[in-house]
Write a protein that binds this ligand. Structure first.
Ligand SMILES: NC(=O)c1ccc[n+]([C@@H]2O[C@H](COP(=O)([O-])OP(=O)(O)OC[C@H]3O[C@@H](n4cnc5c(N)ncnc54)[C@H](O)[C@@H]3O)[C@@H](O)[C@H]2O)c1
Length: 250
């Protein structure tokens, strides 16, 4: 898929990994809709991309609000429809308590942010994506993997669901739109780098290396540009390693 001039929608792109993905998409010639619940941050990132020759626009969008998702999809349609959707917004949520102590509203929001939202936005963007023979890349997490106890059970469960959603959509249901997924370990964003620097040598040993955010972003763009088959999952668990899990035969 030729990314030049195609419209990329990136959620949660006002900071963190999404910002790095938005930058990588612009560098590869995409027009970028930088979506974030913090509209000012979204526009700041978009303005930064424009100053370096990119084509980008910030959109205020809280992906937990169906109306905002509807509006984001409509804005993408108004620009010809998304050819690439990166479902990046996600996280543990803001609640101090975790399941089972957290209120149902709190853990439901974590499930929604990490699973329902990517599902809904994909659905809303599907007509445009189909027209362009486009691609969706979901951003999961290593928190979805393995059988060890995990600090945010709803996050781990939702991201595991996101991976299986991706592989489930490897068949014809999306009408040629390729749905793929990256599964990063701990990403080397500024806060993580600070925490990493504060660890002792003993604490660091045995931990996988931080995954550079640029490596995750490059993988996201490669999945789209290299026509990776729908259902492909790429684990990025340690530094700059890449484990590509091809979809099982139907
Ligand atoms: N940071 C990591 O180490 C790491 C590791 C594995 C996976 N991930 C995944 O990568 C993605 C990005 O993580 P991050 O650490 O960059 O996130 P972050 O917490 O730094 O947030 C990035 C941006 O998302 C926006 N955002 C948060 N909630 C939103 C909402 N409801 N609607 C719209 N925008 C919203 C924030 O305003 C912020 O600008 C997430 O899906 C996360 O689960 C992150």
């Amino acid at each position: 898929m030729d990314l030049t001039g195609c419209l990329a929608v990136v959620t949660g792109a006002g900071a963190g990994l999404g910002e790095v993905v938005a930058r990588a998409a612009a560098a590869r010639g995409c027009r970028v809709l930088v979506a974030d619940r913090d509209g000012e941050a979204a526009e700041r990132v978009a303005a930064g991309l424009r100053t370096t020759g990119g084509r980008a626009r910030g959109v205020a969008c809280d992906v937990l609000l169906d109306d905002d998702l509807e509006r984001l999809a409509a804005e993408a349609d108004a620009e010809g429809g998304a050819a690439l959707l990166v479902n990046n917004a996600g996280g543990w949520g803001d609640a101090p308590a975790q399941y089972p102590d957290a209120d149902p509203d709190e853990w439901s929001a974590v499930l929604a942010l990490n699973l329902r939202t990517p599902m809904l936005l994909l659905q809303r963007c599907l007509p445009g994506l189909r027209r362009h023979g486009g691609a969706v890349v979901n951003v999961a997490s290593s928190g979805a993997l393995g059988r060890a106890p995990y600090g945010s059970p709803p996050y781990g469960a939702a991201k595991a669901g996101l991976i299986r959603l991706t592989t489930s959509l490897g068949g014809p249901a999306t009408g040629g739109v390729r749905v793929t997924c990256v599964v990063p370990g701990w990403v080397g964003l500024p806060r993580a780098l600070e925490e990493w620097d504060a660890l002792t040598v003993a604490e660091r040993s045995g931990r996988p290396a931080l995954v550079p955010s640029e490596h995750v972003a490059a993988t996201v763009l490669d999945l789209a540009a290299d026509d990776a088959p729908g259902g492909t999952v790429v684990e990025l668990l340690d530094g700059t390693g890449r484990t590509v899990l091809a979809p099982d035969p139907a």
